[in-house]
Design a protein around this ligand. Structure first.
Ligand code: GDP
Ligand code: IMO
Ligand code: MG
Length: 429
């Protein structure tokens, strides 16, 4: 079995969850390597819809082991809430779910810190409010950070938490006199109560995964967010706080990157973005415009926050950059059905800035703000394509559009998705 990585090539919500779900059965492990409960991965199977935020999508299949890697930041109450929701929906969750003892823990003061930062005079990112940025900040800063494994030892945990909460309260009050402050005893009691239930799932997952990979067992790495939100390689500072590209696999799981044999770049047939930041192909064309039509047809509202996603044409400059960054081998083109019945379709093939044409993706968000897309126009197609199951079932214009995406990114398109359900999938090669 091969080690595979499913990674988003845009700004998230490319429908990675659907692809991970389709590939889960052919792997022994499914591993989340970055982010936390800021992600929202949806899987539709017949009449059931599952939304995973912190847990790996693999958890829907009890015969596959699902791992939350060390690169993920964990909010314990959310972990338990998701497990409980799944059990209520009839999914059995037991020792098939593991979480790294090295994963860092999100506390309520992280959410408060984020709320104050986002509401203050500084730069607003438009975050999901899940405490992700402040937790990773503490991880890198080391003094205030707590790893999940530390909570296995109650006395040690209580001793660590006391001075941390005290300093956090001072910091929060300095940010705003109205800041919420916290009590270490209360947090300690709440988190140790959560830990009673989480404890059986905690393991040294890095060692486990390396051993599994040495034995030739298949591991599927599931990215959260999209590569353009990667903290190092995305549209900084309008990014998340982890490596959402394949760059995060090694650091976020302990499995050396060389083990990955297959990298699937997931793209939507158009573009979306939630939160702030540059988006050259965004369609701001009003309530009757194409942007709104895509949002309505594609149900483009954030899974985590419910915010309307910003919608626009496919940006081949941005996606080509991501495909190269991730060393993607192949593409999954998702939500193609959403573009049906549009008279014509546009793809950004280059940018124009200060009267100059260029085809590379700029490093700086402010430079990207000034880029105007240069479009290529392709004919649209009419009619519902959601029942297509083979390439030949697609109208010629839809096939031409998908082929063009592959050509522009220099990669084969191996999967085409024409609806949310597992069955609404075309395996092209
Ligand atoms: P992820 O974060 O990358 O896993 O993507 P999300 O789950 O946040 O967003 C993708 C949304 O599109 C979900 O609601 C899916 O159920 C839905 N979806 C997935 N594939 C298709 C498709 O081919 N067509 C349509 N119309 N919806 C899809
Ligand atoms: P999935 O895995 C889309 C965005 C937020 C915000 C920025 C930083 O479902 O693709 P954060 O809370 O991470 O500090 O917010 O990143 N963002 C996402 N956008 N899909 C996601 O995840 C996202 N996770 C974070 O909207 O702009
Ligand atoms: Mg999502």
């Amino acid at each position: 079995m091969a080690c595979t990585c499913v990674v988003g090539l845009q700004w998230g919500d490319e429908a990675k969850g659907k692809i991970v779900d389709l590939l889960t059965e052919s792997h022994a492990f499914v591993v989340r390597y970055n982010g936390g409960a800021n992600a929202g991965h949806t899987v539709v199977s017949g009449s059931q819809t599952f939304k995973l935020s912190l847990l790996p999508t693999g958890v829907l299949r009890p015969n596959v082991r699902s791992v939350i890697g060390n690169g993920v930041v964990v909010y314990p109450p959310r972990f338990l809430e998701e497990v409980s929701n799944l059990r209520q929906a009839g999914v059995s969750v037991g020792d098939n779910l593991l979480v790294s003892d090295r994963a860092h823990v999100i506390f309520p003061y992280h959410m408060e810190e984020e709320r104050l930062n986002e509401g203050g005079e500084g730069k607003t990112i438009g975050t999901t409010g899940r405490g992700i940025g402040p937790c990773y900040q503490d991880k890198a800063g080391r003094h205030f950070a707590v790893r999940l494994g530390e909570m296995l030892h109650p006395q040690h945990f209580r001793e660590r938490l006391g001075p941390i909460v005290e300093r956090k309260n001072r910091l929060l009050r300095a940010l705003s006199p109205e800041a919420r402050v916290f009590d270490a005893d209360t947090i300690c009691a709440d988190y140790l109560a959560c830990m009673e239930q989480i404890r059986p799932h905690v393991a040294d997952t890095s060692r486990l995964l390396r051993e599994a990979s040495d034995e030739g067992q298949g591991i599927l790495f599931e990215a959260a967010q999209g590569s353009l939100l990667d903290v190092d390689h995305g549209t900084y500072p309008y990014v998340t706080s982890s490596n959402s590209s394949t760059a995060g696999v090694w650091s976020g799981t302990g499995v050396p990157a060389r083990k990955i044999e297959r990298i699937i770049g997931v793209i939507k047939a158009y573009s979306t973005r939630v939160g702030r930041g540059p988006f050259p192909t965004e369609l701001n064309d009003g309530p009757e415009g194409i942007g709104e039509r895509i949002r309505r047809t594609g149900r483009e509202y954030g899974t985590v926050t419910g915010r309307p996603r910003r919608c626009g044409w496919f940006d081949a400059v941005a996606a080509r950059y991501s495909a190269a960054l991730n060393d993607a081998d192949e593409l999954s083109v998702m939500l193609l059905d959403v573009l049906s019945d549009l008279p014509e379709l546009r793809i950004a093939v280059a940018y124009e800035r200060d009267g100059q044409r260029f085809e590379h993706f700029p490093t700086d968000a402010s430079a990207l703000e000034q880029c105007h897309p240069i479009y290529e126009t392709l004919p649209g197609w009419k009619g519902d394509i959601s029942t297509a199951r083979r390439l030949a079932d697609l109208p010629a214009a839809a096939r031409r559009y998908v082929d063009r995406l592959g050509e522009l990114l220099g990669l084969p398109v191996t999967i085409i998705s024409v609806g949310p359900d597992r069955a609404q999938t075309i395996f092209a090669k």
